[in-house]
Every structure is written in C-alpha cells, then in structure tokens.
Ligand binder design. Structure first.
Ligand SMILES: C[S@@+](CC[C@H](N)C(=O)[O-])C[C@H]1O[C@@H](n2cnc3c(N)ncnc32)[C@H](O)[C@@H]1O
Length: 192
C-alpha cells in the first residue's frame, strides 16, 4: 500500500517515539495529531502542543478529555516560534510533528507563516535526540501556502547531511496542488 503523507509521517514517528518518550506537536489544530502522539508516548510520556488559536486548543482539550489523555499533554497557547521561551532547556524530543496551513473547519485566514515556521523547525530540530524524527506536512494550495512550502523544502534541502537524513515525499500526478511530506531524522544512534 502506498501511504498518504500523513500516514507516512505517522509511520516515521512510530519508529522514533518510544513509550515514555517526549514529542512536540507544533500545530495542534483539531488535536488529531496530538492524540496520536499522546497514545504513542503512553502514560509515562509527554506531549507538548502549540497553537495560536483558542478554538484549536479548546477542540483539542475536549478530544483529549474524551479519550482520557489529558494528563500526558501540555497545551501551550502560543506560536511555535516561541518554543524555546516556553519549554525549559532540558526538554528534548524523540519526535516533532508539524501539519502546516489553516485550522480545518476554522478561520482559513489564520495560517502558519514562513518565517515563524522556519524558526520553530530550527528550534525543534535543535532539541531532537539522536535518531529523533521531525515531520512537516506542507500545503501549497491556499494563499501563502506555496511560498511557505517552498521555504520549508529549501530549508530541508540545505540541511547539512552529516546532521540529518532528509526526505521529501509527494504525489506526482495530482490534479490540484497536493500536500507533501518533508521528514528529517537526526543522525546518531536510534532510540528504538
Ligand atoms: C492544519 S492545522 C493542524 C492540524 C492538526 N495537527 C490536527 O491534527 O488537526 C494548522 C494549525 O496551525 C495553527 N497555527 C498557525 N500558526 C501557528 C503558529 N505560529 N504557531 C502554532 N500554531 C499555529 C493554526 O491555528 C491551525 O490550528
């Protein structure tokens, strides 16, 4: 089976995120990725989730409560670009997930922005453990999305190969601008 971008992102994450591990969801949105990460880390692990919208955090809080996962998740109402300001320096990640763009079923004018996204990706990569994985689903379809998607791809392409294995996965024959996946794995001994 050829997975879609989100399925492949999750496969990469599963390979790097052990029970008891730590993950960051850089774009909490409706909370589906946060729930996935919380299930992966188990009761002993921790997930940090960032979003700038109250609406997204409220939806995610409700979902986590319904699934009894609240205890293992810290939700932060702030831009992912401020990750370093909000998390103590000793917090490192086995995995980071970014799903860019706008909140589905929300305000489509509030979108992730190229500069803050790149800042957040740098900060997240810096805190990855060796073998840790960072996945970024990029959307070229909305206004501003293509600009951001190109910037993320350029950022990833220029990554020093001795620091990370970097891949880009995308549909080739889509009729519309389709999401694609950029993924990085920090070089070093794998943790799982
Ligand atoms: C495509 S949605 C994320 C989907 C989500 N991961 C899920 O599972 O439902 C993108 C989210 O990024 C959020 N966002 C936009 N700019 C942000 C920023 N600077 N920092 C953190 N989140 C941001 C939006 O508010 C939106 O909720």
């Amino acid at each position: 089976m050829i997975p879609n971008v989100l399925e492949l992102a999750k496969t990469f994450i599963v390979g790097a995120l052990p029970p008891g591990g730590v993950a960051v969801d850089g774009t909490v949105g409706n909370g589906y990725d946060t729930v996935f990460l919380a299930e992966q880390v188990g009761a002993e692990g921790r997930v940090y989730g960032f979003d700038i919208q109250d609406e997204a955090l409220e939806r995610t809080r409700s979902l986590l409560e319904a699934m009894e996962l609240t205890e293992r998740v810290t939700l932060v109402h702030a831009s992912h670009a401020l990750l370093t300001d909000f998390l103590p320096p000793d917090v490192t990640f086995h995995a980071g997930m970014f799903n860019l763009g706008y909140l589905p079923h929300g305000d489509k004018t509030i979108i992730t922005q190229r500069e803050s996204t790149l800042t957040a990706l740098d900060q997240t990569f810096a805190r990855l453990v060796k073998g840790g994985v960072l996945t970024i689903v990029i959307y070229p379809g909305h206004e501003g999305g293509n600009d951001e998607a190109e910037a993320v791809v350029a950022w990833a392409k220029n990554f020093p190969p001795e620091q990370a294995k970097v891949v880009w996965y995308q549909p080739l024959n889509s009729r519309r601008p389709a999401p694609s996946l950029v993924a990085l794995q920090k070089r070093g001994q794998s943790v799982v």
